[in-house]
Design a protein around this ligand. Sequence first.
Ligand code: NAD
Length: 257
Amino acid sequence: MNSGRLSGRVALVTGAGSGIGRAISQALARDGATVVVSDLDLDLAKQVSNILAGSFPIQLDVTSMESAKQAVSRIERELGPIDVLVNNAGVSTMAPIWDLTEKEWDFNFDVNAKGVFIVTQAVLPGMMERKRGAIVNTASMAGKKGVPLLAHYAASKWACIGFTKSCAVEVGPYGIRVNCVCPGYVATSMQERELIWEAEARGMSVENVTAEYISKTPLGRMQVPEDVARVVAYLASDDAEFLTGAAIDITGGAHLT
Ligand SMILES: NC(=O)c1ccc[n+]([C@@H]2O[C@H](COP(=O)([O-])OP(=O)(O)OC[C@H]3O[C@@H](n4cnc5c(N)ncnc54)[C@H](O)[C@@H]3O)[C@@H](O)[C@H]2O)c1
């Protein structure tokens, strides 16, 4: 059902071709937004856009300033000002610190940390001019605690949270809110890959690692992308009009801060 709370708003979602980004695009569209479904992989973006009435697919590589600027100016030209930005694109790899390569470190940081800065900087001038906007970043529970085999990923997500809070302070006077969400164990293709890596690294079965995740979650199940998407849609809307600089845990209680 369309709540209408985002009617007339243009929302750009990065990494929207799969998992959490796809669910976020659906939730924003349900609330009435015109959603720009962006992804590094244009085919994935098109697949999501095909099932979302009134949405538009676009290729956007969050690690490229040029790609972000081109996408933003095209959206502003064809659809109008961007009201909502969801910096959701993310990658992960798993390795113990002693085996971690510089390439893996850079890959995780380029997408998860620098990518958030790049697309935010591309979108901000328009929002600052209109003195209105909502930005929501997908951080992680790993951005709030230490996580074995994911030090580089966790560090990039701590950076995302630090950027979110600093940005909220800087652009608050322009009427722009900036928040992030910190999901836990969400069933997506990223999580599937991590489960296999972790099971291999720990000599366990994927089923046992999954059962361990669930046992650490007081609400007793794996998360689904929609658990995250509903909170993002709220943060993007005026229902959260006095909420900024927050890093909201969505973990079913697996992590409490
Ligand atoms: N799945 C989890 O358990 C979990 C938990 C906490 C946080 N997160 C975060 O949620 C976000 C979404 O993850 P997901 O689980 O849906 O993963 P996913 O792999 O299903 O989706 C990630 C999407 O990002 C896109 N992408 C990758 N590099 C990109 C780039 N350079 N530019 C643009 N798009 C790019 C991919 O093509 C893909 O469509 C990520 O930021 C991730 O770190 C996931």
